[in-house]
Design a protein around this ligand. Structure first.
Ligand code: ZN
Length: 161
């Protein structure tokens, strides 16, 4: 069965950055399960998987625009320490959920702390990165009606609910 719109796809993958550093991998665990054509995974990878089938291996290089986006410097902000309320210690690398001016929830990463000012970055940690995926297609199957209704895959590697 070929990968096409609304198929359930299970893949094993290793993600490295342009410099060959491993960022993420499914090796040793369940394959990642996603519903094809529903934006469950980044566009560049989804496009490359179209038409592939179980057993196919591919190496995909994804530019930032087709990955987690380009970095947006306006998403880097300085906020006063008191904005973190009861958090006793704020350190670089910590991540918090914050509400944007448009009311969307996003994850911000603390990048710098100086005196009473904290610098936070709301870019995706992989924004601006060229991503290289080594992928092996493990399985392709039809989605159930319930999966199509929810827009995601159920079971191992997918949503458990
Ligand atoms: Zn569901």
């Amino acid at each position: 069965m070929q990968i096409a719109q609304d198929k359930v796809v299970l893949i094993h993958y290793t993600l490295t950055n342009d410099g060959g550093k491993v960022l993420d991998s499914s090796s040793g665990g369940d394959p990642l399960a996603y519903l094809h054509g529903q934006g469950n995974i980044i566009p560049g990878l989804e496009k490359a998987l179209e038409g592939k089938q179980a057993g196919d291996k591919l190496n995909v290089r994804v530019e930032p625009a087709e990955g987690y986006g380009v970095r947006d410097d306006s998403l880097v902000q300085q906020v006063p320490r008191r904005a973190f309320g009861s958090v006793s210690k704020v350190e670089p690398g910590m991540q918090f959920h914050a509400q944007s001016a448009q009311g969307q929830m996003r994850v911000v990463t603390v990048t710098h702390v100086k005196g009473d000012m904290v610098t936070v970055d709301a870019n995706h940690p992989l924004a601006g990165e060229v991503l290289v995926f080594d992928v092996e297609v493990a399985e392709v199957r039809d989605a159930t009606g319930e999966e199509l209704e929810h827009g995601h895959v159920h079971g191992p590697g997918g949503h458990q609910h």
